[in-house]
Write a protein that binds this ligand. Sequence first.
Ligand code: SF4
Length: 222
Amino acid sequence: MPRDYTLEVKRRPAPAKRRIGPLIERLSAEHPDAKIALRFENEVELLVAVMLSAQTTDVNVNRVTERLFRKYRRPEDYLAVPVQELEQDVYAAGFYRQKARSLQGSMRMLVEEYKGRVPSTIAELVRLPGVARKTANVVAAELGEAQGIVVDTHVRRLAQRFALSREQDPVKIERDLVKLVPRERWRLFPHLLIWHGRRVCDARRPVCERCVVADLCPSSRV
Ligand code: SF4
C-alpha cells in the first residue's frame, strides 16, 4: 500500500480552486525545463520508451533506448526479429519478457490497423497490447492531445501534500486534478509536480525552507 501523504496536511488550506493558478505560475517559473525526461525522436520511439518505462527509471530507459532505437527504426523492425532477440535488447529495462511481447503486439497493431502511425486518443491507445491508461495518457499528452493528467508517484504525493486531492487511487486523484487544472495545462502540470518532487519535495525529506510554494502548501513544515 503506498504511503498516505494526506496525513501530512497540517493546516486548513485555502480552496484549491484559488491556489491552483499561483501554484502553476510559480512552479513554471521555478522549473522552466520541466518536461518529459524520456528521450525519443518520433512518435514510435515515444510509445516504445513510455512502454519500457513501467517499473523502472527514465534514466535506465534512456540507456536502453539509446541502442535500441539504432536497431529498430520502424514498427516493422520490431516484428522482423524473434521475440527472444527483442527480449535481450530490452533486458536491462526489467520485466523484459512481458515488455518484449507487449512491444511486438503493439507494433503489429500499428502496422495492421494504423498504417504504422501511433494513434493519439486514449481510447485507441489502450487497445494496444500492454498499454494501460497511464502509458496512454503520457503518449497522448506528448503528441499534443492531452486527454487527462498523468498521475505517477510524484504527482500523487504532491497532489496529496498540496491538498488538491484526498484520494489514494491514482484514477480518482486524476479525476480531482482535471476539475482543477485548466485544460491547456494538462500536459505541463504533471511535469511541474514531477520536477518539483524530484528537486524539492522529496518523499522523505521535503526541503520546505527553500520551496517557492510553501505559503500555498498546507503540508509545509516552515
Ligand atoms: S517542499 Fe513545498 S510542496 Fe513539499 S511539503 Fe514542503 S512546502 Fe509543501
